[in-house]
Design a protein around this ligand. Structure first.
Ligand code: FAD
Length: 592
């Protein structure tokens, strides 16, 4: 069975050395001292390893089954869900007014990493609930919040997000699901939604579906979409469960991965629904929680790469093949372990330097979400909005890439299900697709986010990188290995931005042909900045006499690898961007 040890020490390093959370002026952050966060994260790690990890392969092989209209989850999921609920893990950052613990989102994200690494499919039941909770919390009336949230915080009732229909996923303006107003103020919802994660299951006694639908007579296209709360079982004003609503499961999809999570076709047949937020403003309501949801999916990407990496390291130390080219290292053994070989090292360093950079990027993003929500900080809100497509798109692309890279360390054994490496890659794959396919994330970044608020947020990010380089210019330890590569990468990013400004207006295809490259270019700059900051923080800790010398030196060495071997990818992305649309659009559709 695959191993998993929560990287608590690395998380602590990000929280305290990089982000210095307890010194930040964000409400609730002053409670986040190292002792407290360590205790929480150690405990989350234990749950992940002891409870969730053993069920990962079970969920993969058994999958979910539809029996007499009800979805049965894999063996053991029910017990594990109880552990999550009773431990309060579903309620960490939820509002205390509705029974949550009120911890900052950054802590929720850190704990989530362990749960997602250990069992991504299982964790989605509570992940989707959290998304639905956030939407109701942001847009519900007081009565709606009182009625739905307390039971969603504890996951006594779970939640789902229903956007996709058979003929529309990205282009939701084509939506056909209807919501017909009733005299009592409710709506009758009719239509079919597909691919609904956690759409039905036996882990909770009710499911609160959030469903996008169109009210007849409203504006055409996306402007006519509204959001509704549609419970599986009706709930009266006292919170008691009543009759089943007109909601049924058409089927469970057979799919490549995340078998432990039920992906359902949902049929709404004059189901009773309640408007959430304003009429025809459904997409706006959905979007307020997108930053969180997309950060959560980006996290899924690197969390799968993280567990795959841990197993690859174990295997590389265990498997004996060949001899080190520079001389035998283990003469007493029949051969040296894989880890002596430079190409295996390259592969492991790629994985390690990505995952640690991705964690820092994600937790920094989570801290921006805290700042935006708790301090009502508009700049933080703008910055996280800019970063969201990068967090989602770059981290899931790379997460999948490195989950398969970890498979490669196992050679043929990586392809054999018994070792578990295939599951990590298969599970990671979906994160590139759902919550907005990555091509659409790139479109959002270049088509919308760069120009948002007159380009203010992207300029703020450029300045952040520039200022870091300038402020640390005299630091010889950082200069050659961190500041110079960061400066070069940041110049590539600015040059790409300039290309879009000069050529995108002339022909939008010029910008959109380079959007995917730009998303990756910017992702590299973000991780480069994280690594430069982490190297500085590690050096400062060493200078201050921190005795964890090996850990801190490993951080710096891993960062140097990222800057030397990964960051130069920005030059390639810029070169591609600069070629515009000519080669991309050269063929007629008929020539493919
Ligand atoms: C396992 C699984 C779980 C899911 N869970 C949920 C869920 O819980 N709730 C839910 O509502 N949905 C869910 N989805 C649906 C998912 O979000 C959609 O599949 C996704 O948004 C893409 O939509 P689509 O499949 O219709 O692809 P399409 O929209 O048809 O897109 C196909 C391809 O074209 C690209 N594309 C589309 N438009 C453009 C454009 N304008 N410019 C450039 N490229 C474009 C896309 O990037 C994509 O690569 C899930 C899907 C799966 C497979």
């Amino acid at each position: 069975m695959p191993i998993y040890n929560s990287p608590t020490k690395d998380m602590q390093f990000v929280l305290h050395n990089l982000l210095n959370v307890s010194a930040q002026d964000v409400p609730g952050y002053d409670d986040l001292d190292a002792e407290f966060t360590s205790a929480v994260l150690e405990e989350a790690g234990k749950v992940a390893t002891d409870v969730l990890l053993p069920l990962n392969a079970v969920g993969d092989t058994e999958g979910c089954v539809l029996e007499n209209g009800i979805v049965r989850t894999p063996t053991g999921f029910d017990e594990a869900f109880k552990v999550m609920k009773e431990g309060g893990w579903t309620a960490m950052d939820c509002d205390p007014e509705y029974g949550g613990q009120g911890l900052p989102y950054v802590m929720h994200s850190a704990a989530q990493e362990s749960f997602v690494s250990a069992n991504m499919a299982f964790n989605m039941y509570q992940g989707l609930t959290h998304g639905a909770y956030s939407a109701i919390h942001a847009h519900g009336t007081d009565a709606q919040k009182q009625k739905w949230l307390p039971k969603m915080v504890t996951c006594e009732w779970t939640g789902t997000m229903n956007l996709t229909e058979p003929h529309c996923g990205t282009d939701l303006g084509l939506m056909r699901t209807k919501a017909v107003p009733q005299d009592d103020g409710s709506f009758k919802i009719s239509g079919q939604k597909i691919f609904i994660s956690a759409g039905d299951h036996d882990l909770a006694n009710n499911i609160v579906h959030l469903v996008l639908a169109k009210i007849p007579g409203g504006p055409e296209g996306i402007k006519g979409v509204s959001l509704f709360i549609v419970p599986k079982i009706m709930v009266d004003d006292e919170g008691n469960l009543g009759d089943p609503n007109g909601v049924s499961v058409g089927k469970i999809e057979e799919k490549m991965g995340i078998h432990g999570n039920s992906t359902c076709v949902m049929n709404y047949d004059e189901a009773t629904g309640y408007l959430l937020g304003e009429e025809h403003k459904g997409m706006r309501a959905m979007f307020t929680m997108m930053n969180e949801a997309r950060l959560g999916v980006g996290l899924q990407g690197y969390a799968q790469a993280q567990i795959a990496y841990q197993n690859a390291v174990f295997y590389a130390n265990d498997r004996l093949q060949g001899r080190a080219v520079t001389g035998v290292e283990y003469p007493e053994k029949a051969a040296d372990p894989l880890i002596v070989h430079p190409d295996i090292r390259r592969n492991l360093m790629d994985q390690k330097s990505f995952v640690e950079g991705a964690r820092a990027f994600t937790m920094w993003g989570a801290s921006l979400i805290d700042r935006a929500h708790k301090n009502d900080d508009k700049d933080a809100d703008g910055l996280i909005s800019l970063m969201t497509p990068v967090l989602k798109g770059f981290l899931t692309d790379k997460g999948f890439e490195y989950a398969t890279a970890a498979q490669q360390v196992y050679g043929g054994h990586g392809y054999i299900e018994e070792w578990g490496m295939s599951q990590f890659a298969r599970d990671a794959r979906i994160a590139m697709i759902y919550e907005g396919a990555n091509g659409v994330q790139a479109l959002d970044l270049v088509g919308r986010k760069l120009a948002q608020d007159g380009g203010k947020h992207v300029m703020a990010f450029f300045d952040m990188v520039k200022n870091f380089i300038k402020e640390n210019d005299g630091d010889e330890a950082l200069k050659a290995d961190f500041l110079e590569p960061l400066k070069a990468a940041s110049k590539d990013m600015q040059a790409a931005g300039m290309y879009f400004m000069q050529n995108g207006m002339k022909n939008p295809n010029n910008a959109l042909s380079g959007s995917y490259d730009f998303m990756h270019l910017m992702g590299h700059v973000c991780l480069g900045l994280m690594w430069a900051r982490m190297a500085k923080a590690a050096q400062e800790a060493l200078d201050a006499g921190d005795t964890d010398v090996d850990f801190l030196n490993t951080k710096i060495a891993t960062g140097k690898y990222y800057m030397a071997r990964q960051l130069p990818a920005t030059a390639m992305h810029l070169a591609r961007i600069n070629t515009g649309a000519d080669t991309v659009m050269a063929l007629d559709a008929a020539q493919f």
